[in-house]
Design a protein around this ligand. Structure first.
Ligand code: ATP
Ligand code: MN
Length: 457
């Protein structure tokens, strides 16, 4: 169908006076005997186009005034009666698809909980159109950032045999019938599709390191899967993961990269989504725009894990989980540090080795590893990263101490055997980042079809 985007009409002043056709869905309509005003959206812009129908000129099908109906309207672009923009003086309006009165997306605001029960229709609300434009703009900006900085974009496998970190969190991939009876686990998997146990990847990092050790700077941007049994507002079973890996780099460069990337993408969202950000500011998180403007301007805080523990112990708060050196930080601790103490993003660095992964670079103190988490107000952790252990002997010792199956990691150990080099990287939870820049409080409201425990609608 020949038509133009509503965004063009609203933005391009040279279209004033020309005759155009637009297509879209009616969001609201005011209808009187002489004139009808249809507010139409086609997804190309957050603002809607007002289509004005002078009923003396042609007969308007009353179905075209129903909320949710899809229509095509042809007419002349004129200056809006009110304000700066443009509107359309219709010469004809055609009904493309009618929308009956039981359409659940009506004008009055409903709750996000209710909208989660209709994931196939909720995207038609203002809230979701704003969330998903920001999500799309942010994803493009991530690719731009890495491309401009000469990173290779690599695609790591989603099906994997290594269950590093995945213990208990890994979804199994199998073609075995449900009633198969085998005498041992090994015999069972031997008969399976890959001839061994396989699962969905919880992270592309290990394969990302393989690529980085050839190309220097790489990133992945794809889904990761975790059978998280925790029913929180920050965890999905299927989430989108951005994982850069850089060689000839130590922890400080990994942190620099994370900060530069976050700032780049926040700036892109502020510049490219002004209407959406106004909406979030007004209806979702007052102060959001200033918060994000500050992110771009100010330096992120950096805090040693050991200092973090001291701050938490001194805190005048009733934490549910007690704090001692050696404990993992819970969300309540993370949020206290970033919201109450620093009031901005904070990198926590050098965690105890016992609570972090085998591949993290062991510090000289013998107690900590060169890891960092980036904590942000409202959420807690959005990035987890580290320098990797590049010394083959130390890496092997860490794996043995954890009782890992060394044979399964031969490739990974080879990276340290053949031309090892200091390197590191991080994982950004993209969905959590979208929460952060939109102010949305539940991760289920920033993905099309959230997959969580007991829910695969
Ligand atoms: P958390 O402690 O919050 O469960 P994690 O430490 O297990 O996270 P990492 O393994 O460090 O997470 O993964 C890197 C990033 O991926 C996290 O900082 C987070 O932003 C994101 N992430 C991890 N698990 C999930 C999940 N289940 N749903 C959404 N995002 C996730
Ligand atoms: Mn982490």
């Amino acid at each position: 169908m020949k038509h133009i985007d509503i965004a063009n009409i609203l933005q391009d002043k040279t279209l004033l006076g020309s005759k155009v056709t637009v297509c879209g869905w009616v969001r609201t309509a005011r209808d009187s005997a002489a004139v009808a005003f249809l507010e139409v959206t086609d997804g190309s812009s957050f603002s809607r186009l007002q289509v004005v129908v002078d009923k003396s000129k042609f007969e308007l099908d009353p179905e075209c005034t129903k909320c949710g109906a899809s229509i095509a309207a042809t007419g002349v672009v004129v200056k809006a009666f009110k304000g700066e923009g443009a509107e359309l003086n219709a010469e004809s309006v055609t009904l493309l698809g009618k929308c009956p009165g039981d359409y659940p997306i009506q004008k009055k605001r409903t709750t996000l909980e209710f909208l989660r029960t209709i994931p196939h229709l909720r995207l038609r609300t203002n809230t979701f159109s704003a969330v998903f434009r920001v999500r799309s703009v942010a994803a493009q900006a991530i690719h731009r950032f890495f491309h401009e900085n000469r990173f290779y974009y690599v695609h790591t496998p989603l099906i994997t045999a290594s269950d590093c970190e995945g213990a208990g969190e890994m979804f199994r991939v199998t073609t075995q019938p449900w009633n198969a009876k085998y005498e041992s686990e090994a015999a069972y998997y031997k008969d399976d599709f890959f001839g061994q146990k396989a699962g969905l990847s919880v992270s592309g990092q290990l394969e990302g390191e393989v690529a980085a050790m050839a190309f220097g700077k790489i990133y992945t941007f794809g889904p990761s899967f975790r059978a998280e049994n925790s029913n929180t507002t920050r965890h999905l079973a299927e989430f989108w993961h951005v994982e850069p890996e850089i060689v000839f780099a130590e922890l400080p460069e990994v942190m620099e990269l994370a900060e530069a990337m976050i700032k780049y993408v926040v700036r892109a969202v502020l510049e490219e989504c002004p209407d959406e950000m106004d909406f979030f500011e007004k209806f979702v998180e007052p102060g959001l725009k200033e918060k994000l403007a500050n992110i771009v301007e100010s330096k992120f805080a950096v805090l040693e894990y050991t200092e973090a523990i001291e701050l938490l112990k001194k805190a005048d708060e009733n934490f549910q989980f007690p704090v001692e050196w050696g404990c993992d930080l819970q969300t309540e601790h993370e949020r206290y540090l970033t919201e109450k103490v620093f009031k901005k993003p904070v990198f926590v660095t050098n965690y105890p080795k016992e609570i972090k992964s085998f591949y993290m670079k062991q510090n000289a103190d013998g107690k900590t590893v060169a890891a960092t988490d980036l904590l942000v107000p409202g959420i807690g952790e959005i990035i987890g990263g580290s320098e990797r252990e590049a010394d083959p002997d130390k890496l092997l010792a860490a794996m043995q101490a954890r009782g890992m199956d060394i044979a399964a990691y031969r490739q990974y150990l080879d990276l340290r055997k053949f031309g090892t080099a200091p390197h590191g990287g991080f994982g950004l939870g993209f969905d959590r980042f979208v929460m952060y820049v939109t102010g949305m409080e539940n991760i289920r409201d920033v993905v099309l079809f959230p997959r969580t425990v007991n829910n695969i609608m």
